[in-house]
Design a protein around this ligand. Structure first.
Ligand code: TXA
Ligand code: MG
Length: 332
């Protein structure tokens, strides 16, 4: 039996399989089986009010499995342009979606990933798969099978190793359940790409700002502290020379600079580069791996991170890093 068939059998029997996608690794279960989905929450330590994305292999699966009660023209347009790919669309759900998946909401998030192993797994299991990122809740999302095992070894029934994820940050999430399309989470498909297809797109407050006390999160995942390394992360907003000056003046032996390649030569302290200043796709691909690496260095108490430019895929990089920093940001 092939690895894919073995993994598909585990899913059909209500088990959990970690699978590679082009964004990050997902922890998959049969989305139509509430008991199987409940195991995902237990394995990750995920708050039960945080809904899951349902993954399909073809647009037709959405209708075949009766997942949504409406598939508006805008959804069809987005699907035509960006699926398969790193885009998740929130739509009104049907009763086929168990409560465990929707976490009590009357909507469901749907994604059609662009990774041959993920698509083969969905097709072979012939099931829609609920799959959050395959990390312990609160730690950086996994971009390699090794990251998954570090967090979940012994808690899952199988893993497919597809090597490094190409995008490196989670999918863009957009809701089509209100008057206007609303960006809930930035990712591999950029705001500009969405606007080219949809016209006007609202950007939810939680994308770039900290929610105020009592403010309701449109996407429950955005209210949690995410991607938080053990060290205190501070985002420094300014150009290269201001960043280098600040870090060289303020850092001691327990500090690390999380910076661009181009910053490294000027820095007098330990550093990890998460890509080139001029390549936001590279920054997205490397960020989570660097955050995990820093977590393994026991002598680091403060991380001075170079603030990403929040344009293009940089919006996703900024959104993840500002959460890792607990919204601590210094204007230089
Ligand atoms: O790239 C990805 O999206 C990865 C891979 C595995 O596909 N998955 C992923 O899932 O990032 P997760 O569970 O880590 O993040 C899903 C996000 C959460 O912020 C959640 O609150 C939001 O999507 N979400 C899920 N269903 C929703 C819904 N019905 N309405 C609003 N937000 C929803
Ligand atoms: Mg996640």
């Amino acid at each position: 039996m092939s690895q894919i068939e073995e993994a598909a059998n585990i899913l059909k029997n209500g088990g959990l399989v970690a699978m590679p996608t082009e964004t990050v690794y997902g922890l998959a279960a049969n989305a139509l089986n509430g008991e199987a989905v409940a195991k995902i929450f237990a394995a990750k330590g995920r708050p039960s009010d945080n809904p899951l994305i349902v993954h399909v292999a073809d647009v037709d699966d959405i209708f075949r499995f009766n997942l949504v009660s409406d598939f508006p023209k805008q959804a069809a347009n987005l699907a035509k342009h960006f699926w398969p790919g790193p885009l998740t669309i929130v739509l009104p759900r049907t009763d086929a979606i168990p409560n465990e998946v929707s976490a009590g909401l009357d909507t469901v998030a749907i994604r059609l990933p662009n990774h041959p192993m993920a698509r083969a797994l969905i097709k072979t299991a012939d099931l829609p798969l609920a799959a959050p990122s395959a990390n312990i809740s609160g730690s950086p999302s996994p971009t390699t099978a090794q990251h998954v095992l570090k967090d979940l070894n012994g808690k899952i029934d199988g893993i497919l190793d597809g090597g490094n994820c190409l995008v490196g940050v989670e999918s863009t999430v957009i809701s089509l359940c209100e008057d206007k399309p609303r960006l809930l989470r930035p990712g591999g498909i950029t705001l500009r790409q969405l606007k080219e297809v949809l016209g006007d797109v609202l950007v939810d407050d939680a994308v770039l700002h900290q929610l105020k006390e009592g403010q309701k999160a449109s996407s429950p995942g955005m209210k949690y502290k995410h991607y938080a390394p053990k060290a205190k992360v501070i985002l420094l907003k300014g150009d290269r020379s201001a960043y280098i000056d600040y870090v060289n003046k303020n850092a001691d032996n327990h500090c690390l600079a999380l910076c661009y390649y181009e910053d490294v030569p000027g820095l007098l302290v330990k550093s990890e580069a998460f890509g080139s200043e001029y390549d936001d796709s590279e920054q997205a691909r490397l960020l989570f791996d660097k955050l995990r690496k820093i977590d393994e260095m026991n002598d680091i108490s403060t991380v001075y991170a170079r603030c990403p430019n929040p344009d293009g895929i940089g919006m996703a990089v900024y959104n993840r890093l500002i959460r890792a920093a607990g919204f601590r940001e210094v204007d230089l």
